[in-house]
Design a protein around this ligand. Sequence first.
Ligand code: ZN
Length: 193
Amino acid sequence: MADLIIDQADFHDWIESILVDRPVTRLLIHHTWSPSYKNFNGSNHLELQEGMRKFHTKDRGWADIGQHFSTFPDGKIVTGRSLEMDPACTKGANQNAICIENVGNFDDEGDIMTELHMKTIVEAAARVCGKWHIPVDADHVLYHHWFDLNSGQRNDGIGGTTKSCPGSNFFGGNRPEDAEAHFFPLIMNVLLP
Ligand SMILES: [Zn+2]
């Protein structure tokens, strides 16, 4: 199926309208690092998405693009991998997961997240958690940084080999305590207004 570009305001209705047979119990959060904001020209969502798909399928040999959704600096959300397939995003946590890749480099010294993007990242995460009743906590909404890249073991980003993903400056930091302090409350604000 062709990728869809979904407006932030339409995402809630859209996700509630779809049927997914696969069990979903967790949400994986990433940044793309590359492509980043400098590669986005305001209208090339699908080209960037297709570039990631080519990289994942041709270079990595995966069945499709790794992520189910990509979010963009203008607040749009683009669909990717079939929701009936586990993602290829976080070794050790892909089973029964939904994966969101946020286009940008959110490390310190990286891209400054736009307000629209911030809102969409929170909105997308909240609506995924809402649809599948995923608890908004550090056992179910998971940053890539918390998993060893080689073993897939969870280490909360301490020791081992990890990426900084979704970025050392992502909503105040990439540690579990940063997510609990800065990201999860924003998700809860959407779910329990
Ligand atoms: Zn990642």
